[in-house]
Design a protein around this ligand. Structure first.
Ligand code: 9MR
Length: 466
């Protein structure tokens, strides 16, 4: 029998791992990932399940960066994640009208590199909440906002989002969606970001606009007449700078996770429908019935996937999470989210990695100011298939027994299936059973490689704690 290290070395010599550090590419795109029907795939043709975090809330305030040191990237890597939704804001890029902050762009690129050099895929999210900082939110520079902050509905704090329908926020959005000059300025700033990352193939794409709000328009008119045409322009601009980039996009924020989004198909390749979904009670701290909440998540992910099917794209959950709910209910809700992502064979990024975390007192940070981990990290750190040599038909993990199972139909892909096996979940190691072929553990990356036997079309692997 071949020693497992010899086996891994053989594999490494033969196969470039896009779930690991560096990748070569085939096909037309330089970027490490692309879409194929409802799936995100790598250059070897494996389905890639993206699991990770938003990084994060700290990018909303000066200096508009999620990390204070590279240690954060090491910490995220230690959780076994393979993806970061990396938050940036227009205000950081163009603080003064017409003047771009190139030093900020350099800092952004450095922090992104901390992640991508560790094998973590990144997509850049152009974030906003309530349009701009003067309205208790973030995003646009103040020169791009309009309206009187004294007319906000509530003062800044945990109920910040109640300011969405208030006059200055409505006025700022209504102007933005109707003012093509202002949009061109936003797009100009975004193009700089895309140009900055075109040569980093682990920066897999860009998200066009966080949680779009409709201003004074109805949701349907907004999505059809304003949001979709705006998305078209931003996609063209991004791809003029970074042609192979995937595009992540959201519906009108109130239509996320529910069937009534009227966003029309965008008729593009390599785009991903990426709405957000929060269980309402988990954002007010009033959640009592976790099983009912998890059933709701299941139903809403079904709706998200239906919408993605109509749009002809994969579905991805760009944000989910919970306030620190007392006792064990918060963590069981987060585990419920992951269980439903598994059931729906989906990727997602939890809100949020942050350190300062004092703004609006929301407390959704996964780490404390001293970087020690808060309880939800235990739910984030979880086995999942990072890359699958076929089409997945079942992903399941029991948080009580630690048993993991993956089933998939082979598609002739020869690169190995890669599964994250975090030592936090399996401190004593694992026992593995496979339908066919061989498996090998890489103790350096805490990944398991499963190479199937050619010719057999249905495969499974089970992992149990020792
Ligand atoms: O958690 C964030 C909180 O600290 C901020 O004060 C607030 C306003 O900027 O935004 C919160 O994050 C939200 C994110 O930006 C968009 N989706 C919902 C998130 C949780 O409320």
């Amino acid at each position: 029998m071949m020693h497992r290290w010899a086996f891994i070395l053989l594999l490494l010599a033969a196969v470039p791992f896009s779930a690991g550090c560096s990748t070569s590419h085939s096909g037309t795109s330089f970027k490490a990932l692309h879409t194929d029907g409802p799936w995100i795939k790598d250059a070897e043709g494996r389905v890639v399940i993206l699991r990770g975090v938003n990084a994060g809330g700290d990018s909303k305030l000066p200096p508009f960066l999620p990390f204070t040191s590279e240690t954060s990237a090491s910490q995220l890597q230690s959780w076994g994640i393979n993806c970061v939704r990396f938050v940036t804001v227009w205000e950081g890029l163009e603080p003064t009208e017409g003047i771009y902050d190139t030093a900020y762009l350099d800092d952004l690129a450095q922090q992104v590199d901390w992640l991508t050099s560790r094998g973590i895929f990144v997509f850049i999210d152009m974030h906003q909440d309530l349009f701009a900082r003067e309205f208790c939110g973030d995003g646009a520079p103040s020169w791009a906002a309009t309206g009187d902050p004294s007319q906000l509905a509530v003062s800044c704090g945990q109920n910040w989002f109640l300011n969405y329908p208030s006059p200055p926020v409505t006025q700022s959005f209504t102007r933005f969606w109707t003012d093509t000059t202002l949009q061109a300025q936003f797009i100009g700033a975004f193009k700089l970001v895309a140009a900055k990352f075109r040569n980093n193939n682990m920066v897999i794409g860009y998200e066009l606009f966080n949680e779009p709000w409709s201003g004074s328009f109805t949701g349907s008119a907004f999505e059809n007449n304003y949001l979709a045409p705006f998305y078209d322009k931003v996609i063209d601009a991004i791809r003029s700078q970074d042609p192979g980039a995937m595009i992540f996009f959201e519906p009108f924020v109130l239509a996320g996770g529910i069937p009534q989004s009227n966003l029309p198909p965008l008729h593009r390749t390599d785009i991903v429908y990426a709405p957000h979904y929060y269980v309402a009670g988990a954002l007010t701290g009033s959640l009592s019935n976790i099983p009912a909440a998890v059933t709701g998540i299941d139903q809403d992910l079904t709706a998200v996937q239906q919408k993605a099917g109509q749009l002809g794209t994969p579905a991805f959950l760009g944000e989910f999470g919970a306030y620190p709910v007392t006792g064990t209910s918060g963590i069981s809700l987060i585990q419920g989210y992951y269980g439903m992502l598994d059931k729906h064979l989906m990727g997602g990024t939890i809100w949020d990695y942050a350190i300062a975390d004092t703004w609006n007192n929301e407390g959704m940070s996964l780490v404390n100011p001293d970087m020690s981990e808060r309880p939800y990290v235990a739910a984030v750190t979880r086995p999942y298939p990072m890359a699958i040599a076929g089409i997945p038909t079942l992903i399941s993990f029991s948080t009580t027994t630690g048993d993991f199972r993956l089933e998939f139909s082979g598609t002739g892909v020869t690169a190995p299936t890669v599964i994250a096996i975090p030592p936090q979940v399996y401190p004593q190691g694992i026992s593995v059973q496979v339908s066919d072929g061989t498996s090998a553990i890489d103790p350096a990356s805490n990944e398991l490689y499963f190479t199937t036997t050619a010719g057999s079309s249905q495969h499974w692997i089970t992992i149990a704690p020792k």
